[in-house]
Design a protein. Structure first.
Length: 246
């Protein structure tokens, strides 16, 4: 209980930071005409959604089980992860299409403003990473952590593109940075989506060997045989094994 309370506090602080950064970056991207900064702002918006969902999921998952929901609301965190990854893929598609258009119609970018705002975003991401870093956290919290971690690379890419435009006149550097952010979003999203769907479909955890588990059970005193052995996760890192024996 105390662990979840600590998670909620850290998530709430990170959520507040991300919300402020999104507002600043989204506004600045319009004035600066920067696709990279716009992509970064949308990525931060996904962070806001992810952190908000994770906060609610951790809070609800701590509520006690009932006769109607014997596992409580543990699966809510998994559903939150699915929603988050789908939103990420939608944003990636929008940025990719706009980037392709800009190759044929290059736009002037106010790189000085982009550089200043991206630097602020990088600092905010660093603070959020320190708040959310926890290898034993739930899947929803880990998803939010990975979102913020990817934002660090995205912020660096935006900063580099701004510097390239300022000192070398590389107008398309902004578009290339936007594509890099998309490249960061897509593989990570599919990986998280696959992991979450495995839990929803009650697939055997990837690190569990069912045959080895069966042999361990059969080695127990009084067990003659075992049938219908099932191994699944009710949520991240919480496993349930069931089986019958004569």
């Amino acid at each position: 209980m105390r662990r979840r309370a600590g998670q909620r506090t850290r998530l709430l602080i990170a959520l507040a930071l991300a919300t402020v950064v999104f507002g600043v970056e989204a506004t600045a991207s319009i004035f600066a005409n920067s696709l990279a900064l716009l992509a970064e702002a949308f990525h931060v918006l996904i962070d806001v959604v992810a952190l908000g969902i994770a906060f609610v999921a951790v809070w609800l998952a701590a509520r006690p089980a009932t006769d109607r929901r014997t596992f409580g609301l543990l699966r809510l965190e998994i559903l939150a992860t699915v929603l988050n990854t789908v939103l990420l893929l939608v944003v990636a598609s929008v940025v990719l299409l706009e980037g392709i258009r800009r190759f044929s119609e290059p736009s002037n970018v106010q790189s000085g403003l982009v550089l200043a705002v991206a630097t602020v975003g990088l600092f905010s991401n660093g603070v959020s990473i320190l708040l959310l870093r926890d290898p034993h956290a739930s899947l929803a919290v880990r998803a939010a952590y990975l979102d913020v971690l990817a934002d660090v690379a995205a912020s660096v890419a935006v900063i580099i593109s701004a510097l390239a435009n300022i000192f070398a006149g590389r107008v398309l550097a902004d578009t290339f940075a936007a594509f890099l952010i998309v490249a960061l979003i897509v593989p990570r999203s599919f990986s998280l989506l696959r992991e979450a769907i495995d839990v929803l479909l009650e697939a055997t955890p990837r690190d569990v060997d069912v045959d080895t588990l069966r042999q361990h059970v059969l080695a127990c005193s009084g067990v003659l045989d075992i049938h219908d052995l099932h191994v699944l996760e009710t949520e991240n890192r919480k496993r349930l094994e069931s089986g019958t024996h004569p």
